[in-house]
Each structure stands twice: as C-alpha cells, then as structure tokens.
Design a protein around this ligand. Structure first.
Ligand SMILES: [Zn+2]
Length: 318
C-alpha cells in the first residue's frame, strides 16, 4: 500500500503519523518541539522521526510516497521557503522543503499550519465535499485557512488567511504583528487574559480575583467563571463574540464561503460567545445569503494538521 507521512509542527509538540489514501492513521510519533535548539536541529529531528516511520512502513511491506508538513509560520507560495517560524527566531527565509527532502529522501510538501488544517478538514472533516470555506483557529493566536475551489488559497506572496490580523478596533491593543486591535488581540487566549485584567484593574468584582478556584488568570478560568455567571468573564466573552462576528462578516462579504469552520482550544467556549457572534454576523454580513452562512465546529480535532499534510502528498490536485 502507498502511504504518506503527515507532519504537524506545533509550538509544543512535533507530531508525525503514517496516513493511508483513505485518511486512516496507522502509526504515530511525537517529540517536544522545545527539544530542538535551532532550525538545523529541527530539520535533523524531523528527518530522524520521518525515517523511523518510513522504516516501520517498509518493514510491513508498504511504500511511503513522501511527507507533508504544516509549520507555524509564513511560507512562500511555492511551498519552498519558510519566511519565519514561530518559536525559532533564527528560522528566517530558509529553504525548509529542500533541506528536508535532502535528508528524508522522499518528496516533501510544505505549508502554513492553519492552511493545512483547513485542507485536512476539507478532505475528511467538516469541509468534506465543500469547495469554498474558511477555517478559523482560536488558540494562543488566531489562525486561518482559506479553501477556494477545493484548493488552499495562499495569495500572492503566501500570507493569505491571516485572519487573526483583521483590524477590529482601530485604536485597540498593540498586536505582535505591529498593528493595533487585531482580532488576535481579543479572541486568542492572551486576549481573554488581557480583557479580563483590564476589567479587574477597573476594580470590578469577580470570581477571577476573589476566588482561588479561578486562579491563575487564564482563558480556561475565564470560561469557568463565565459558566458560573461571573459578570467580568461574561463581559470578556461578549467582546470576544462580537470581535469574531465582525471578523467573520468581513470574510463572508469578501469570499462568500459555503461554511466557516471555527476551531481551536478557545472555540470550546463557543456556547458562551455564540449569541453576540451570531448577532454581529446577522447585522454585518451582506444580504440574506451572507447572513445564513453556517459557522460549524471542525471534526478532526488535533489530527487535522497531520491529515491535511498527508493529503498534500496523497491527493496531488495541481
Ligand atoms: Zn496583528
């Protein structure tokens, strides 16, 4: 049987797996991303882990066609050069695809992680049989992937889908990108913490400052406090929902997608921020058709990256 290796390079873990043409995962490996001190260490580590999977597959009589990899950073439109790599300051403008191909001795395809998660969901997840959709991931940051006519849309220089950097509040909080008031400053985990801290600093009474059960201040504790009816936490979730609704409306108005897939750890609080989010979409999305755009959860969980990366090898569509 022909297999591919799907590789998901996350901020915490490097995860690899063998994937068959039906999207079934047969074997996995995982290493802490922080165990790599430099990009050359990282390349060597990925190659070593991939080789282990290749040996395992071949000893079972299978053939490994190549490996796809999603990276947390910017990738050029050809999937050759990594512009920058989150957590690896030295990882600038380096030919990651070629370096990996030389070491692994198999075909390598490379892309931005959120784009590849979207590609995975489009294969056997929430975007299956849908040609045009957008995936938004809410976690430590806000990422996005755009699928147009069944393919990842990377844009002119590869940076399309940076949904986290849509401006929501022109005079808002500074963002890591150099801008202000980006969606990511509100709807990512650090946004929850910042918004809650601002309200606490104004002297508002809250479980978040008064009960040890809700310490330390984290996105999870804000959710928990909101579930307990805490007014500060509920205000935070209202702002998150509104910010998402504004950002999603912009995407609907530009792209007219069939669905929006909203995932990532922070999306677990969806029920708490859904009403203001939907209210903003109903207000701002264009026409009855735009307002009807469904916002749905992903189906593949944390395997979306591995599956999307393997799909780059197993289903070559260009
Ligand atoms: Zn930004």
């Amino acid at each position: 049987m022909d297999l591919a290796i799907g590789i998901d390079l996350g901020g915490t873990n490097l995860r690899l797996a063998l994937v068959d043409p039906e999207g079934r995962i047969s074997s996995r490996r995982q290493v802490k991303t922080t165990s790599f001190a430099s990009t050359s260490d990282l390349i060597a580590g990925i190659a070593r882990e991939a080789q282990m999977l290749i040996q395992e597959a071949e000893s079972a009589g299978a053939r490994v066609l190549g490996a796809g990899i999603g990276v947390p950073g910017g990738v050029d439109p050809a999937g050759e050069i990594v512009y920058f790599l989150t957590n690896f300051p030295s990882g600038r403008d380096f030919p990651m695809r070629r370096l990996l191909e030389e070491k692994v001795q198999r075909r390598i395809r490379l892309g931005n992680d959120a784009n590849i998660w979207a590609y995975g969901e489009g294969w056997i997840g929430a975007g299956r049989d849908r040609k045009n959709f957008v995936l938004i991931t809410l976690g430590t940051g806000v990422g996005g992937g755009i699928i147009i006519n069944g393919r990842i849309y990377v844009g002119h220089s590869g940076i399309a889908g940076e949904i986290g950097h849509i401006t929501i509040e022109p005079e808002g909080s500074p963002c890591a990108c150099g801008g202000r008031g980006c969606l990511e400053t509100i709807a990512a985990a650090k946004g929850f913490i910042r918004l809650a801290q601002e309200l606490l600093d104004q002297g508002k009474s809250s479980l978040l400052s008064q009960s040890e059960e809700f310490q330390p201040l984290s996105a999870l504790n804000v959710f928990r406090a909101a579930q307990n009816g805490d007014q500060v936490a509920l205000l935070v979730l209202d702002r998150v929902g509104r910010a998402l609704g504004i950002g999603i409306s912009a995407l609907i108005n530009i792209l007219n997608p069939e669905i929006i897939i909203l995932g990532g750890g922070v999306a677990a609080a969806r029920e708490l921020f859904n009403p203001p989010m939907v209210e903003e979409i109903k207000l701002r999305a264009f026409s009855r058709k735009g307002k009807e755009t469904p916002v749905v959860p992903p189906l593949l969980g944390e395997d979306a990256g591995i599956l999307g990366a393997a799909r780059l090898i197993l289903q070559v569509d260009d």
